[in-house]
Design a protein around this ligand. Sequence first.
Ligand code: PHE
Length: 446
Amino acid sequence: MNGAREKWTSKVGFVLAAAGSAVGLGNIWRFSYVTGTNGGAAFVIIYLVAIVLIGYPMMVTEVAIGRKSEKNPVGAFKALAPNTPWWLVGALGVFSGFVILSFYSVVAGWSVAYIFKAIAGFIPDTDFAGVFVGHITSTGAPIIWHAIFMVLTAGIIAAGVVKGIQRWVKILMPVLFILLIILVLRALTLPGAGEGIAFYLAPRFGDVTAGTLLAAIGQAFFTLSLGMGAMITYGSYLSNQENIADNGGWVVGLDTAIAIVAGFAIFPAVFAFGFDPAAGPGLVFITLPAVFAEMPAGSLFGFIFFVLLSVAALTSAISLLEVVVAWLVDEKDWPRVKAAVSMGIVIFVIGLPTTLGFGVWGDVRIIGMEILDFYDFLASELALPIGGALTAIFAGHVWKARTVVDETNSPPGAIKIGNWYGVLIKYVIPIAVFLVLLFTLIDFLG
Ligand code: PHE
């Protein structure tokens, strides 16, 4: 691309776009089932520690790398450390973009399908688990919704992200938040809600394993769109007039608040309706419809909820595709439209095994996991933490912590990154992530 790089056009443009990337299926669908399968409150506390000690510092680091280099992840490492192999970290990020978007689009497709199930009506005493399993094990419908979702994602990216995303997230994010609060109030007043709140708030640290720690770190990276260069890419469109420490704080704060609030909507309801919180990836698609079925005008709320969940997923999917497209546009001189359309098709195809894995390929296991679980594990628990730890080492030791601090504090804002940053980015983050990966590997092999 010739000339000056495209920049977010309004002052809040970056925060809204980055929050749009961060707030997605990870906050509602993934957060609730990972919390459920990892024992609840103890997981939530470790996740919050990971957000503060790893998530926020990594957020400002990635944005700073992007803004300074004005490049996609591969180009960014090349620009800041020419003639070194560090660009491979960016390449790992682009790879993660392919893998995450391929299954993300399948799950987003479920959400779109549920918009129409809501229109048909959520009726009390329905076997919602049966409805969900019936949907995901079928062959045609999930593939069609996956395709439609990819067409929307690629279409927006092909048209250029800035204006479309900014306008949409500005309207939809606050509405999603308000709807979640309505759901929380409803869920908290259900008979039997207390047990769910206890599960969510009363930690049993005895249940914590290396696997729990890795799940919390993986979730922190996933929900904040970190470790694969999405925030490097969005940071590359950020003007020098914006303070990174403050903007990063807004993005991390909004994302965390929405995840925590979503938990208050979901766990009380799960227990009130006698579901198993460890139900796995189906949790919100089974439980929330059951809650809606009990609410006055519940199908209407369900309709709005799944529209907004789908849109939240869309604003995240866009950022995933943007990483891949920015790489092709910057590094390979591809026209944006060609990159968006062709990569949309490639990612659609890569996603097919994850949906077939619930149906006709139902017996397929990769290292003991269903295909979607394997993709998610590969990306969220391996590629993102490894990419993130390597980015931290790069920022702390190669580009230098001092440089990152100066970049994030310029121009001066309300939050000032201090010396603690260097300790976290140079030592705490890489060592913690690699130790947890090592222990998980030992667990896995032993
Ligand atoms: N943060 C998004 C979510 O929570 C997922 C995502 C991961 C988006 C990585 C971009 C990059 O749903």
